[in-house]
Design a binder for this molecule. Structure first.
Ligand code: 4NP
Length: 164
């Protein structure tokens, strides 16, 4: 299916400096290892606007780097109303993000995206929120990565069925 429009995935959290860039980096690595880098388009965004243009939180960058994941090129952006048409999957880190996304999508005429919790695709953490690590310690960032790695494996399988 080379030449077809890539499958597009948007990871969403509140600030787009901790959880969703971590998901972006982890899933980007998984997709690259699968050899699908040109068939899956990945972005991340925040429901909030405070950090637009900023790189990920240095604690997120360091925790990811320790697992071989590079977040250094990522810059925060805010979710746009058009994202519900641009992306096939819009994946929220927690229930607040999901509620905000559903409210935004409800005011749109055209919604193509499947809007869901990222943990929908997780075997170990299905249905759980990826907890906001911003105001906590380093351990929170390890927990975020543990959850994201598991959900990424499930999302990769989901996408595999669409690429075959
Ligand atoms: P994130 O974490 O949603 O995982 O990027 C946060 C980052 C910043 C803030 C909250 C959460 N903040 O309030 O600035």
């Amino acid at each position: 299916m080379t030449g077809h429009t890539p499958i597009a995935v948007l990871f969403v959290c509140l600030g787009n400096i901790c959880r969703s860039p971590s998901a972006h980096g982890v899933f980007r690595e998984a997709v690259a290892r699968a050899g699908w880098a040109d068939r899956v388009h990945i972005e991340s965004a925040g429901t909030g606007d405070w950090h637009i243009g900023k790189p990920p939180d240095r604690r997120a960058t360091a925790a990811a780097a320790a697992r071989g994941i590079d977040l250094s090129d990522l810059r925060a952006q805010q979710v746009q109303a058009t994202d519900f048409e641009r992306f096939d999957y819009v994946l929220a880190m927690d229930a607040d993000n999901l509620a905000d996304l559903e409210q935004m999508a409800n005011t749109r005429g055209k919604v193509r995206a499947r809007i869901a919790l990222f943990s929908t695709f997780s075997a170990r953490y299905r249905g759980e929120a990826v907890p906001d690590p911003y105001f906590g310690g380093e351990q929170g960032f390890e927990r975020v990565l543990d959850m994201i790695e598991d959900a990424s494996a499930g999302l990769l399988e989901e996408i595999r069925t669409r690429l075959d």
